[in-house]
Each structure stands twice: as structure tokens, then as C-alpha cells.
Design a protein around this ligand. Structure first.
Ligand code: BJ8
Length: 422
């Protein structure tokens, strides 16, 4: 076992608090993941990644920076990893999925802020996140109001760049997003001292598309009955996509997909025949948020898809690879990214269409619409989600929750009743 404490100390982490966090996440992981039966062998890679979540990967970032490399931390799907990589930097996802440091957060933010924002602010305020400390630049975006205000506070502690995002998807909005991408490119180039070229951008588009293609292969196998992989394991695969080394991750996920495709051919599954199949839609589930999947699958259901940013919104569409000039490739990036259906946009009919399409494609028996408490956009959109699914005659249940364990008993009862009803 390598002792990473000297590296964490160098990053200014609060070592006892950080040890406590790692201990708690390790316990959650063992309870949620290692208790599952007939897991695919390919999951051993993700088990290893998780066992080293603040270790080996952080060391790789640390070593990269020691040779002059730059790390860019992001919180949202609308910040293109392709631009970061084409200018020679690496990207890491910074959204956080655990309740930590809330007392410190509530000294500077309202109590009624969503768990995702409180979590990333809490991680920084209590000095427990090595990824944010390895980030030379943190990129925020003007999506929801809570995030916008959080980035102002984060900007007092870290080097933060905020991308302005439109809230609609008209041609003028897409043109505006393109100018923001141009500004972001300049920012990254200034940081790395390297120029993005048509050649490097083409390569990074292909590389990130390959990562998404691997995730698409995994997702496609989940339409089979029995499903060859649990929802929890599939969610973990997507969560790790935001942190891991891109080519290595793609290779390992393609290996996992090979195994899952073989399982489908052999009729091997992870859930008993007749287990109720659930599609989840809603707010993203950042590492280590596995709460709802765990509840559903411990109640005898199986999650077969996620219409969320840690799910289909991340990998369902690719960037066109036919561009030859930087301008053409930026157009292709704008086209792809502005096609993501976040509830911060209005109108957001594309999301409704995706939920119904996915429920059918993955043969879901029902949909759970999941929102973090105090997330106004997703909670407001829940009415349209419900109406849309009722019109399509697909059973739906709405769950509002946070990262705490307090409501697990109550949620389990509701989920069990929903699984029985559908
Ligand atoms: S593209 S979903 S990652 S903004 S849950 S912080 S919306 S109050 S995360 Fe998101 Fe980008 Fe959209 Fe996806 Fe605000 Fe809601 Fe909290 Fe949220």
C-alpha cells in the first residue's frame, strides 16, 4: 500500500478530516457495490479505481503538473473536454456527491441550497478534495442561480473562470455559446501556453467521442432482459468517466462492454427474472452519490438507464468528426453541447422526448423522476415530466431528496410500493 499522506499534505488537505471522508466513502462502497452478486468481471477495474480514488489518479495529476501540465476542474456538461485536451490540459469533474462540511457552507450560503452545491463548497471549505486542489483553473457556468452565486464565493478562494451560458436554444443563442467557447479556448491556451490547432482538436474530438462510444455500448446492453449489469455499476462507470485517464478508461470500458455483450448473448443477468426495470431521470448523481440506485436495487428492482448528466446526457450524442478547420470543429462542438437537455434551459421539450424514448428503448416498467431538494429547475420541470409520462401511459414516481441517510427508510418504503404497483 502506497502512503499518499505526504502528497495530500502538500496539497494542503486537512488530513484527519480527509481520512474520515475516505473511511466513510470506503464503507459506503463496500455496502453498496461489493455486496452485489454476479457482477461482471470488468467491474474489477472500477473497484480498483475507487480503491485509489484519492490516491493513484491524484498522483497522476500531481506528476502531470510537476512536468508543467495543467488541470482544469469542471462542474457541468456544457464545458467541452475536447477544447481542454486540444490545448494540452487535462479535465477533471469536480461535482461532489457526499454530505460534508455543511456547517462551514451554511455560514456563507443559505441552508436551502441544493446538496450538490453544498457538497462541492463543503469539500473545498473543509480542505478534503484533492481534485479541486490539483486544478489550476476551475470552470463554472451560468446554469442555475445557486451555482452562479457559489462560483462567486469559490472565486475568492480559487482561480475561477465562469462561462456564460444561454438559457434558450435559438440560432442566436448557439452563436452566443460559440463566442463563449472562443473565450474559453483563449483562457485555456493562456494557461497551458499551447495553441489549439485543427490537428489537436480533431484528435481530442475523436478521443472523447471514443469514450462516449464505449459508454453507449454499455448502455445498449441494459436494454436486454435480464440486464447484464446493475444500475449501480453502470452509474459508477459514468461517474468515473469524468475523472479517469481518457484512453485507459475507454479501453477498459470497451472491455467491460465486450463482456456485457457476451452476457446478453448467453442470457446472463444480475437481477432475478421479473425484477421491475426502472429508468431514472433528473439531477446528476456525482460521486459518491449512489443512494437512489442502492435503494431501488436493494428493494428488488433494477435500474436500466439514467436520463441525467451522469448518464445519457453525457454520452448519447457525439461531436461530428467531419470538420477539417478549427471553425468547423467549433461549430460541431456547439451543435453537440447545445443539444444537451438541462432543465436550466427553456423550453426543454427535448428532455421529455428523451425520457419517453429511453423508457421504451430500455423496456422500463416505470420511471423515477429524481430531484435534489431546492433544485428549482428540475423540481419545477417534474410537473411536465409527470404529464408527459402519463400521456405515454408509463408509470412515474417523483422523489425529492438529498445526500443524507435520514430518509432512506422512508424512500425504501415508497420505492417498494412503486415496484409492487407497476
Ligand atoms: S447540464 S443538470 S451538470 S447544470 S441540482 S446545481 S441545477 S440546483 S447540476 Fe447540472 Fe450542468 Fe444542467 Fe447537468 Fe443547480 Fe439543480 Fe443543484 Fe444542479
Amino acid at each position: 500500500m502506497v502512503d499518499y499522506h505526504p502528497m495530500w499534505e502538500e496539497l494542503g488537505l486537512d488530513l484527519p478530516t480527509h481520512d474520515a471522508l475516505l473511511g466513510a466513502v470506503g464503507q459506503m462502497y463496500r455496502d453498496a457495490f461489493l455486496t452485489q452478486e454476479s457482477r461482471p468481471e470488468g467491474m474489477s477495474y472500477l473497484d480498483f479505481v475507487m480503491s485509489e480514488v484519492h490516491g493513484l489518479r491524484v498522483k497522476e495529476l500531481h506528476d502531470f503538473r510537476a512536468t508543467g501540465g495543467k488541470i482544469i476542474g469542471t462542474f457541468c456538461l456544457y464545458v467541452p473536454e475536447e477544447i481542454v485536451r486540444a490545448a494540452g490540459a487535462w479535465c477533471v469533474g469536480l461535482c461532489a456527491g457526499a454530505e460534508f462540511g455543511y456547517d462551514e457552507v451554511e455560514r456563507i450560503m443559505p441552508r436551502n441550497t441544493c446538496a450538490l452545491i453544498k457538497s462541492f463548497m463543503g469539500f473545498e471549505l473543509t480542505s478534503v478534495c484533492p481534485y479541486i486542489r490539483e486544478s489550476d483553473l476551475v470552470v463554472g457556468e451560468t446554469t442555475c442561480d445557486g451555482k452562479k452565486k457559489a462560483y462567486e464565493l469559490l472565486g475568492e478562494m480559487l482561480n475561477v473562470h465562469v462561462m456564460e451560458l444561454p438559457q434558450m436554444k435559438r440560432p442566436q443563442d448557439i452563436a452566443f455559446y460559440l463566442t463563449e467557447l472562443g473565450e474559453f479556448r483563449t483562457k485555456v491556451e493562456e494557461l497551458t501556453g499551447r495553441t489549439l490547432t485543427a490537428e489537436t482538436l480533431k484528435a481530442s474530438i475523436k478521443e472523447v467521442n471514443d469514450k462516449r462510444r464505449a459508454l453507449q455500448r454499455i448502455a445498449a446492453t441494459r436494454a436486454a432482459s435480464p440486464a447484464p449489469i446493475s444500475g449501480k455499476d453502470a452509474l459508477l462507470a459514468t461517474q468515473v468517466a469524468f475523472y479517469d485517464d481518457v484512453p485507459r478508461y475507454t479501453q477498459m470500458m470497451n472491455k467491460l462492454a465486450d463482456e456485457l455483450e457476451q452476457r446478453v448473448a448467453d442470457g446472463v443477468g444480475v437481477a432475478p427474472a421479473g425484477a421491475k426495470r426502472i429508468l431514472i431521470t433528473g439531477t446528476p448523481m456525482a460521486l459518491p452519490n449512489w443512494k437512489l440506485h442502492d435503494i431501488i436495487e436493494k428493494s428488488g428492482g433494477i435500474v436500466v438507464g439514467e436520463e441525467m448528466c451522469t448518464g445519457s446526457r453525457y454520452y448519447d450524442t457525439l461531436v461530428r468528426e467531419d470538420g477539417e478547420t478549427v471553425e468547423a470543429m467549433f461549430d460541431a462542438l456547439a451543435e453537440k453541447y447545445m443539444d444537451i437537455n438541462c432543465a436550466c434551459f427553456t423550453p426543454n421539450q427535448g428532455r421529455m422526448d428523451d425520457i419517453v424514448r429511453m423508457a421504451k428503448e430500455y423496456n422500463a416498467d416505470g420511471v423515477i423522476d429524481y430531484a435534489l431538494n431546492f433544485c428549482a429547475t428540475y423540481q419545477a420541470e417534474a410537473f411536465t415530466v409527470e404529464k408527459t409520462l402519463q400521456a405515454a401511459e408509463i408509470p412515474v414516481m417523483k422523489i425529492d431528496t438529498d445526500y443524507s441517510a435520514e430518509d432512506i427508510g422512508q424512500l425504501s418504503t415508497r420505492v417498494e410500493a412503486f415496484l409492487e404497483m407497476i
